[in-house]
Design a protein around this ligand. Structure first.
Ligand code: NCD
Length: 306
């Protein structure tokens, strides 16, 4: 039985095949409509979510399966003091596969150690978010035609942003991907990602706190992120840092004409709404990809083929 806790558990070939299947589902959804009939997905969300939970649920429904779960810890037995391990043992009696999000880093890994069904990490604290990465990879491949040979700028909260950690971990395996890490000093990429992924893989990267307008001209992909308010120890720091980087039309003045602008969403302030109508804004198309990669992943982990 396979789980998906960290994106590095998937080989490059497996990622390519998941993205191929996701593309195929997008083109021929009718071929996939019955494949998970009588299967159940449990979505256990101990933390807020719109896209991730709903795209998982839509994915399972579109495969002909069914969904059960909860969308906040307060409505589960966690509120009574039940451990993650016990919740998982019990939910495994009712569902064939589990997608879980938890504020504690490592909770899905603990879950996978006791689970009788596949566990998918739908975000663990400020750590990892592998299914968002599959979404990001699918979007980049569709927009750029390839996952190699480009310069990506990751901007905003690189410290607490779990989507950034997983995306860098995935992209580091492809040829000729250069990373520009744009953040205020206090929200820099954690050294474990820098050392274990970028330095260990001999990847080209630079860190900067420069203005977006100065960095943008060299980028092929720009990945904007929200400052992760819920992970701050005090509100004052959040307020001071939240507007450090805001993408506005004037910042884009010298950007490439084929720049791909991504954001895992939700957006707060970091991309001005005027950018939405720019053809380079890909974040809503990105959200759509999320459903298809999750369909492909559910099929893989349940070992269902067309
Ligand atoms: C992200 C997350 O939950 O980490 N959202 C998502 O899943 N698309 C990004 C965020 O919350 O900022």
């Amino acid at each position: 039985m396979r789980h998906l806790i960290d994106i590095r558990e998937l080989s490059t070939g497996e990622i390519a095949s998941l993205l191929d299947i996701a593309d195929d589902i997008m083109l021929h959804p009718e071929d996939y409509r019955e494949l998970c009939r009588y299967k159940k997905l449990a979505t256990l969300f101990f933390e807020p979510s719109t896209r991730t939970r709903l795209s998982f649920e839509a994915a399972m429904y579109e495969l002909g399966g069914q969904v059960l779960g909860f969308s906040e810890a307060a409505s589960s037995s966690a509120a009574k003091g039940e451990s993650v391990a016990d919740t998982i043992r019990v939910v495994g009696c009712y569902a064939d596969i589990i997608a879980m999000r938890h504020p504690k880093e490592g909770a899905p890994l603990v879950a996978s150690g006791v689970s009788t069904v596949p566990i998918i990490n739908a975000g663990d604290g400020g750590h990892n978010h592998p299914t968002q990465t599959l979404t990001d990879l699918m979007t980049i491949r569709r927009e750029k035609g390839s996952l190699s040979g480009f310069t990506i700028g990751l901007c905003g909260d690189l410290k607490f942003g779990r989507t950034v950690h997983s995306l860098i971990s995935a992209l580091a395996r492809y040829d000729n991907v250069r990373f520009v890490l744009i953040s205020p000093e206090e929200l820099k990429l954690p050294s474990y990602v820098k050392n274990d992924v970028l330095r260990a893989g001999n990847r080209e990267f630079k860190q900067t706190a420069a203005d977006l307008a100065d960095v943008i001209p060299q980028l092929d992909v720009l990945y904007m992120t929200r400052v992760q308010r819920e992970r701050f120890f005090n509100e004052e720091d959040y307020i001071r840092l939240r507007d450090s980087y805001i993408l506005t039309p004037s910042k884009l003045a010298n950007a490439k004409s084929d720049l791909t602008i991504l954001h895992p969403l939700p957006r707060v302030n970091e991309i001005s709404p005027e950018i939405d109508s720019d053809p380079r804004a890909c974040y809503f198309r990105q959200a759509l990809c999320g459903k298809y990669v999750r369909m492909a992943l559910i099929l893989k982990l349940l070992e269902v083929t067309k």
